[in-house]
Design a binder for this molecule. Structure first.
Ligand code: HEC
Length: 259
C-alpha cells in the first residue's frame, strides 16, 4: 500500500490542497526561529526555495533528519500524510519565483537580520552585493569577508590582494586542497571540511548541501577522513556573469586591503 502510494506520488504532481496543507505545516514546524526561513528562504538552515531536490532525498531527510546535525527527523512527530504534504510543498518551492517574503527574524548576532548595510566605497558596492546576493548560491554562504558570511571555505584575504584579473582566474580554477571525504562507521560518505575537534568529538561541515550542514560525531563514528582532490568547487561562472566576477574581485581587494 505504501509502495503503491509512493509510486502514485512519483508519477503525479501533488494536488493543490496537499501543497497548501504542507505549507501550513511547514510554517508551523520547519520555518521556526532558528531553522528554515519563511516560505523556504534561507535562515540558519538551508534555503529550500527555488531549489530542486530529489523527492526520495526529501522523504528521507524529512523522516529521518540529517544525522548529527541540527536537522531533526520528523517521523515520530508528524503523521505520514503530513510529512508527505511537507515534501510536496518543498517540491513546489522549486519553481517559486515570486518575491519571497522577508526572511525570519534571527537570534541576535546571527544572519542577515543583523547584517550591517554596506558603507564602503562605491567601487566596491556592486561586488559586495554580488558576493552576498541571497537570491542565489552566493560566495558568502561559504566564505567570510569583511565580517560577514560563513567561514566554512578558506579565507580569501590573501588571494584578494592580487589584481582583479588574477582573482577572477583563481575563482574559476579552485583546486580542492582542504576538502576531505569522510567515511562513517555505517558506510555513509560525504565531502567534508573539518571545523573543530575536541575531546572525543569531531565537527565536520557536510558539503553535500548548500549551505553546508555542520554535523557533530563521536570520533569513533568517523572511520576515515581522506583527501578529496576531485571535489568540485561551485562553478561560479554558472552563478555569476564575468562582469559580476570582476566586481567581486574589486570588492574582495577593497575588503582585504582597503584599496
Ligand atoms: C558551497 C560552499 C562554497 C561556495 C558557495 C563558494 N565557495 Fe569558494 N571554496 C569553498 C571551499 C570548501 C574551498 C576550499 C577547497 C579546498 O581547498 O579544498 C573554496 C575555495 C575557494 C577559493 C580558493 C582559495 C584558496 O585559498 O585557494 C577561492 C578563490 C574561492 N573559493 C572563491 C569563491 C567565490 C568568489 C565564490 C562565489 C562566487 C565562492 N568561492 C563560493 C566553498 C565554497
Amino acid at each position: 500500500m505504501i509502495l503503491a502510494a509512493a509510486l502514485m506520488m512519483a508519477q503525479s504532481a501533488a494536488a493543490p490542497a496537499t501543497i497548501a496543507r504542507g505549507e501550513t505545516i511547514f510554517a508551523q514546524t520547519c520555518s521556526v526561529g532558528y531553522c528554515h526561513g519563511a516560505a523556504g528562504t534561507a535562515a540558519r538552515g538551508p534555503r529550500l526555495r527555488g531549489r530542486t531536490f530529489p523527492r526520495e532525498y526529501l522523504d528521507r531527510v524529512v523522516a529521518d533528519g540529517i544525522p548529527n546535525s541540527a536537522m531533526p527527523g520528523w517521523k515520530d512527530r508528524l503523521k505520514p500524510d503530513d510529512m508527505r504534504a511537507v515534501v510536496e510543498y518543498v517540491v513546489s518551492l522549486a519553481t517559486a519565483t515570486e518575491a519571497a517574503p522577508p526572511a525570519n527574524p534571527m537570534p541576535p548576532g546571527v544572519g542577515p537580520a543583523t547584517l550591517p548595510n554596506f558603507n564602503g566605497p562605491r567601487l566596491a558596492e556592486r561586488g559586495h552585493s554580488a558576493f552576498f546576493d541571497a537570491t542565489r548560491d552566493n560566495c558568502g554562504i561559504c566564505h567570510a569577508m569583511g565580517g560577514r558570511g560563513n567561514a566554512i571555505g578558506p579565507d580569501l584575504a590573501k588571494i584578494a590582494e592580487k589584481s582583479p584579473r588574477d582573482v577572477v582566474a583563481a575563482v574559476g580554477s579552485v583546486k580542492a586542497q582542504h576538502v576531505l571525504t569522510a567515511t562513517l562507521a555505517d558506510g555513509e560518505t560525504f565531502p567534508a571540511l573539518q571545523f573543530a575537534q575536541n575531546g572525543g568529538q569531531i565537527q565536520l561541515f557536510d558539503l553535500t548541501v548548500i549551505p553546508p550542514v555542520l554535523r557533530t560525531f563521536n570520533r569513533a563514528e568517523v572511520t576515515s577522513l581522506r583527501a578529496n582532490p576531485s571535489w568540485a568547487h561551485r562553478d561560479v561562472a554558472k552563478i555569476y556573469t564575468a562582469a559580476e566576477l570582476g566586481d567581486i574581485a574589486v570588492y574582495l581587494r577593497w575588503a582585504a586591503t582597503g584599496k
